[in-house]
Design a protein. Structure first.
Length: 146
């Protein structure tokens, strides 16, 4: 007697919803002020790259409380698809650009940039509404997984 089992991919939506770390606040207060939101994604060529990238992200997150111009940060992951990244909120574009140029960030990009595909998006918001930021970031992240 032969038995077959099928599983529908459409029921696996939790695997396509990014897992988020808890919010890590930065030193900047954005109450009522405009902000800049940056969402990044690293798609690893090989799963073996993920632990190193995740470790570097978590190490950088530990110092977020002192990152000039940073309102805060979430790290996100879609482990089943070898993807992860960040959702960061900034006072202005200059603060984001200074972060991108930091030696520790440049070192991470030099070390891992060729080991996967990197993409990013950025937008400005009139005020920081965490739920709206997460919703828009998740839409961008999941649109890239198709």
């Amino acid at each position: 007697m032969e038995s077959t089992s099928t599983t529908s991919r459409t029921t696996s939506t939790p695997l396509r919803t990014p897992l988020l770390t808890p919010w890590m606040p930065g030193p900047a207060d954005s109450r009522g002020a405009p902000v800049v939101v940056s969402v990044t994604e690293f798609l690893a060529h090989h799963r073996r790259e993920l632990p190193g990238v995740a470790l570097k992200g978590l190490q950088m997150r530990m110092g977020w409380y002192a990152m000039p111009g940073a309102v805060g940060l979430w790290l996100w992951s879609l482990p089943a698809s070898s993807r992860g990244g960040s959702i960061s909120v900034w006072v202005n574009e200059g603060d984001l650009e200074r972060f991108i140029a930091l030696p520790c960030h440049v070192e991470i990009m030099q070390r891992y940039g060729s080991r996967g595909t990197v993409r990013s998006t950025m937008w400005k918001a009139e005020t920081f509404e965490p739920h709206s930021v997460i919703e828009r970031a998740r839409a961008w992240i999941t649109a890239g997984s198709m």
